[in-house]
Design a protein around this ligand. Structure first.
Ligand code: K2U
Ligand code: ZN
Length: 185
């Protein structure tokens, strides 16, 4: 398994619509494993394929040990009052904002063996599902911010983006990003 470079805001891949996976092959399973490895190295709780420069419709999630690999996921049901919570994104480091989302979501997808399944979730797990599936359609959490808050978030990103030459964020394998921010390239 490999820790892959993470693409950051400005890389057009983050704004592309992903392509459905026709067959869950060993190559897709390798991508899933590399995405988990990369997510853990970045201390994330989710990661979508465009964030590692891939255009397949694939994302992974691990919230407090609840671990999912989604192939061709779609949200088939949302319910409950909308809830607002602060979000960040591994592709927009050090930028945060409050996002309102449905409190409960049901997702239908294929698992890493190509078997269809459906799962419902709320709270942080449900929010993570929605954040990752947004990535698969070129949508980022900053798109939900008000004009003024998005302008503020993008101004903050303007201060940060020069750290990421070529819109690439390199992570060191096995060491969470937050333990050595000075060494995170
Ligand atoms: O897709 C990503 O960029 C990973 C996101 C996933 C996420 C964002 C907001 C809310 C839920 C999930 C995060 O950057 S992972 C970092 C993180 C860690 C703990 C709690 C919230 C966010
Ligand atoms: Zn994100």
């Amino acid at each position: 398994m490999s820790v892959l470079p993470i693409r950051v805001l400005g890389d057009p891949v983050l704004r592309e619509e992903t392509r459905p996976v026709a067959e869950v092959t060993d190559e897709i399973r390798r991508l899933i494993d590399d995405m988990f490895e990369t997510m853990y190295a970045a201390q994330g709780i989710g990661l979508a394929a465009p964030q590692v420069g891939r255009t397949e419709c694939v994302c992974v999630v691990d919230v407090e040990g609840e671990r999912f690999a989604f192939v061709n996921p779609e949200i088939v049901h949302t319910q409950g009052p909308k809830e607002k919570a602060e979000e960040g994104c591994l592709s927009i480091p050090d930028v945060y904002g409050d996002v309102e989302r449905p409190s409960k979501v049901t997702v239908r997808a294929l698992d890493r063996n190509g078997a269809p399944f459906e799962v419902s979730a709320e709270a942080l797990l449900g929010r993570c599902f929605q954040h990752e599936i947004d990535h698969l359609h070129g949508k980022l959490f900053i798109d939900y911010l008000s004009f003024l808050k998005r302008r503020s978030a993008l101004a903050k990103w303007d201060e940060e983006k020069d750290k990421y030459s070529g819109f690439i964020r390199i992570l060191k394998p096995g060491r969470p990003a937050s333990e050595h921010p000075e060494e995170e390239l």
